[in-house]
Design a protein. Structure first.
Lengths: 198, 182
């Protein structure tokens, strides 16, 4: 259907969600495809299939959502919705991402409680638990390649990651103190490094 | 006053809610990075759920479609039913959502400044370390079981080197486990 384009910009043409319901169902569709993480699906849907943002815009939004606390994909939904429809858009995108999957996962949990004693079910869950552990470790390994591009440098970056692992994983120190203490030190180091480069 | 059959009091439920409110603001890199702290609170400190239940909660959320943050709702459900799920889910989402909306425009306008860049660069290694801790804790129940340990190692190895959908790994884990090899 031909739409009158009033803004003759030089930027690459992007579509945009035309209504709140279109926004809701787009994010709902993403969530329902995301087994073991939605980020890869979100990139495919928003950039490649719907053409609602450029790859650059996606990377930029992801970077900010990674800096902020909270699930990256939840922050991404909030930001995307907010840019297009303001506060209402933010909550509609968030609802699209969470509402239906929430009911699915709780239904599965209720079913699990009923069938937990069944050896095949408990076995399957044990296998899936082992895979979940492997998936999180593989994500950490994949993301560790980003340290190469970091202004902090690979040795310092790996050092901070390792100390974090030892402090919380092995010594079981509370997260809040490690983030405040080690985090402050890491950010100060990055600040110093950035200053020296400039 | 006791809620449901779980033996949790209203004060316990508020405590759970407050704990997740705080964790929300610490969840740089995703809710999963605070899983070790959730584990410390609901398993080690209060014994509301078992180690195996905690791991199963994460596994169910991983197996189901949707954002991984939903494991938080499953943990809440296992601790105190529907009210528990509401407490943990609203707790983990409320502060980070408010902060996110406020900070989006602020950070977007200042994304090239030294302060914002230093924060991103400095926190990145800690996020990686926390992800490793989470994997380590989730692998806990596998310790001592050869099949399960192999499954952890094989998943980490294959999935870090390929772009394969995690859905296949989860399905493979379910089959291996159901047939009694994990």
């Amino acid at each position: 259907m031909p739409l009158t384009d009033m803004s003759a910009t030089t930027l690459p043409e992007c579509q945009a969600p035309r209504s709140l319901s279109e926004l809701f169902f787009a994010f709902n569709r993403m969530a329902l495809q995301g087994f073991g993480g939605v980020l890869a699906v979100a990139q495919h849907e928003l950039v490649e299939r719907l053409n609602w943002m450029t790859r650059e815009q996606f990377v930029e939004m992801l970077a900010i959502s990674q800096v902020l606390p909270g699930p990256n994909v939840v922050n991404l939904s909030l930001m995307f919705g907010d840019r297009h429809f303001g506060l209402r858009g933010a909550f509609v995108a968030l609802a699209g991402m969470l509402l239906v999957p929430l009911f699915i996962v709780l239904a599965l949990t209720a079913l699990y409680a009923q069938y937990a004693a069944h050896p095949m079910v408990s076995g399957a869950l044990r296998g899936m638990g082992a895979v979940a552990a492997g998936l999180v470790i593989s994500t950490a390994l994949k993301l560790s390649t980003t340290l190469k591009k970091s202004a902090m440098g690979v040795p310092l970056g790996l050092g901070f990651a390792l100390v974090t692992f030892v402090a919380i994983g092995l010594l079981r120190w509370p997260l809040v103190w490690v983030l405040l203490g080690l985090g402050t030190l890491a950010v100060a180091t990055a600040w110093y490094r950035l200053g020296r480069k400039a | 006053m006791s809620l449901l059959a779980t033996g949790l009091t209203a004060a316990d439920l508020w405590g759970l809610f407050a704990q997740f409110l705080v964790l929300s603001l610490l969840a740089v890199g995703g809710a999963i990075t605070t899983a070790p702290e959730m584990h410390r609170y609901v398993v080690d400190q209060h014994h509301w759920i078992s180690d195996a239940q905690f791991t199963a909660s994460v596994a169910i959320a991983q197996a189901a479609p949707g954002p991984n943050v939903l494991f938080v709702a499953v943990i809440g459900w296992n601790v105190a039913g529907p009210l528990g799920a509401l407490a943990t889910m609203i707790g983990i989402l409320l502060p980070s959502t408010a902060l996110s909306l406020w900070a989006t425009r602020w950070g977007h306008a200042r994304r090239d400044t030294r302060g914002v860049r230093a924060f991103t660069i400095g926190m990145a290694p800690l996020t990686l370390g926390l992800l490793l801790v989470t994997g380590w804790l989730l692998a806990g129940p596998a310790a001592g079981h050869l099949g399960a340990m192999l499954l952890v190692a094989a998943t980490a190895l294959v999935m870090s080197r390929t772009q394969l959908s995690p859905m296949w790994a989860v399905a493979a884990g379910a089959v291996v486990g159901a047939t009694g090899f994990a």
